[in-house]
Design a protein around this ligand. Sequence first.
Ligand code: MOS
Length: 725
Amino acid sequence: MNAFSTSASPAPAGHPASGPATAPLAGTAEPPPGAVGTARPRIEGAGKVTGSVRYAADEPMRDLAHGWVVTSTVSRGRIRDIDTSAALAMPGVLGVIDHRTAPRVNPQAAGFFGTDGGLQLLQDETVPHAGRPIALVVAETPEQARAAALALSVSYDEEPHDTDFSLDHLAARPALPLFGEDANVGDVDAELAASAVVVDERYRTPEEHGSAMEPHSATAWWEDGRLQVIDCNQGPFLVAQTLAALFFLDPEQVRVRAEHVGGGFGSKTLCGPHLILAVMATTLLRRPVRVTLTRSQVFQTISMRPATDQRVRIGADADGRLRAIDHTPAFELSPLAEYLEYCTELTKTLYAAPAIRTRLTAVPLDILPPYSLRGPGATPGSFALESAMDEVAERLGMDPLELRLRNEPAVGPVSGLPFSRRNLVACLREGARRFGWAARDHRPRTRREGHLLVGTGLAATSFGAGALPSSAAITAEPDGTYTVAVGASDIGTGARTALTAVAAEALRVDPGRIRILIADSDLGPAWSAGGSRGTTSWSWAITEAARKLLARSDDPTRPLTVSAETSESLSRVPPKERHSYSAVFAEVTVDPATGEVRVRRLLGMFAVGRVVNPLLARSQLVGGMVTGLSMALHEEGVRDPVTGRHVNGDFAGYHIAAHADVPDVEADFVPDYEPGDPSGIKGVGEIGTVGTAAAIANAVWHATGRRQRILPIRPDRVLEERPEW
Ligand code: MOS
C-alpha cells in the first residue's frame, strides 16, 4: 500500500459554502494558513524511519526482569497442578507466578462494555478457553524466562468445550442494548409480503485478528509509591483507570505512558494481559518487569473480532423503493465478558424504508473474549447489508448505484432524528464519475480479458461520528510558544501532527509554535484512539482550552496554563444522526481455473467532515481500505473444533493482504463539514475499512455470476459453491 500513489487531485478539504460562515473562535483574526487542511508529514516520521523513537519494548531500563507468558493448552477445564520445581532451578529464574501465588485482583473491575473476565487473570484454577494465560515465568533475560516456561509441567482436568459457532446455537441470547434497543419500525412482515422482490440470505464473516505490526508489550515498576507503566495501547488514561480498579489502587497512584504505538486496530484498546501480568510480577518481585508477547501469544491472548452469522431480508418495489429491511445478526461471545458486535449500525440509518427490524444475538462459547476491531459491528454488518442490497439490484435488473440513490432517507429511518450533515449521495455520484461506473453493463459475467473474468462492484457506507469527554491543557510560554497537553494516543495515524494543526488554528498561531504532549495518563482524562473518535474528542478539548486561553489577558512574561474538560459542552450538542459516509468502488479479476480473485482497482470517496491533514487522512483511509480488502480475500481465524485451539494463529497461517495484493487504491474527499463539532471534523479512523469487503464481493459476483456470502472469498469458494464452510 502506498499513500502517495493515491488520487493526484488535491483534496477539497475545508469549509464548503454551506458550512458556518464564521470559524468557531469568533472575534479573532483568521487562522494562519497551513494549520488545518494542509498536508504535512508526521512530526515523528523522521524518528520512526531512522529508528530513534522508542516503542514499548525498546525503552532501556536498569535492573529489568523479563516475564514469559504461559498459556493453557486445553480449551476448558481446571488446572490440576503446575510443577514449577524444574523451572525454578534454571539459570536466571526469579519466580513463577500462577493462580496460587498471584495477587488477588478486583473481581468487579470492568472494561468499557461491562464485565470483562479477560482482566481477572491467574485468580483460580479455571481454564475458560485455549490460550488463557495461566502463569508468568520471570527471569533475568527473556531467553531464560522462555526456557524455564518450557520446563513447566502443567496438568489439567479437561472438561468438554464448545467453540463451534452456529446461528442455531441453543445458548443464544439477546445482546446487551448498549447502543440502544433493537429497531422495530413499521410492519416488516406485511411489507415483505407486499414487496415485488424479496432477498432473504445469510452472510457470514470469520474471526479476524488485529495483527498490528508491533506485538503487545508492557513494562511496569513501582516508584515512590506509584505504579509506573510503559505500555502499547490506544488510550493511556482509560487503561490507567482500569488498572487502578483492578489492583485496588487510587487512580492517582497509576501512571501509564504509550509514547509510540505500532498499530492498534482495536486490539490495544483494553488493559491487556501482558500489562496485567507485568504489574503482578513487579508487585511481587519489586523490580521492573517487562512482558512482551510473541506473535503467536498475541493471537491466543489478545481479543479478536468475533465471527458473525447474519440473516438479511430486504423487500423492495419494482421501482427499487425499499419496503422492509430485516437484519438478524448473531456473533460469538465469551461468557466471561460483555461485548457487542453492533452489526446493525448501518441497517438503522443508511436507507429509507417504512419497516426496519433488527435483532442482535450473542452466542456464548468457550473462546477468547472478543472485542472491537477495525470498524467493529459496522464492518461485518456492512458486508451483509451491502451484499443484500446488491442482490436486490440484481433481482430488479437495476443499477446498484441507482438503487442506493433511490432510498436516501430524509431523517433517520429508525431514530426519526435529522441528519447533521449527510453526504452519501455526493460520495456515490463523485465516486461513480471517477470510477467510470456509467459504462458498466450491470449483467454479470459479461467482461473477459483473456482467461480472466472481470467485474466491478460498489458499496455505500456510514460510520458513527462524534466526540467523547476529554480534557486538555495549554500553556502560553513567555517566548510566544504554546505547550499543548492532551492524553491522546498516536497508534501510527499521525495524531500528534493532526492535533498540532488543530491547536495552531485554535490559538491563531503558526504550527511551528506548538509543542504537543500526548500519550501519558498524567495529562488528564481523555478518550482513546477508538471508535474513530480520537481526533474529534481531543480536538474539542484543545479548542475549548484555546478559547479560554485567548480570553485571558495575563502578564505575557509569565507562563500561563489553562485547561478545559468537554463533558459539559458535549452534553449541549443537539441529538442528531451524525455519521461519516463513503462510497467504495472495486474492480476485480477472477481466474476461473484457480479461483483466484485479484483486486485491480479500489476507489473510496469519503465525507468525513473537515479534513485536518489530507496526507494523513488519505493514508488512514487507504490503510482502512487495504484492511477491508484483506478481510474480503484473506483473513480468517480458524479454530479446530476438536481441540478448540487456533490452527493458524501466526503470520504463516493467518493471511493478511501484502503489497502484491494491493495494486492501486485511491481515496479522496467530497467537501463536508460537521456542524456539531467545533472544528467541523468527523473522523477518518475506521470508515475506510467498513464498505470495502462488500464492494469487492459484489464485484466478484459481477465477474462470475456467483454470490460470495461467506468471507473470506477463498479460491476454493470461488471455484465451487459449498453449502457449508
Ligand atoms: Mo477501533 S476498533 O474502535 O480501535
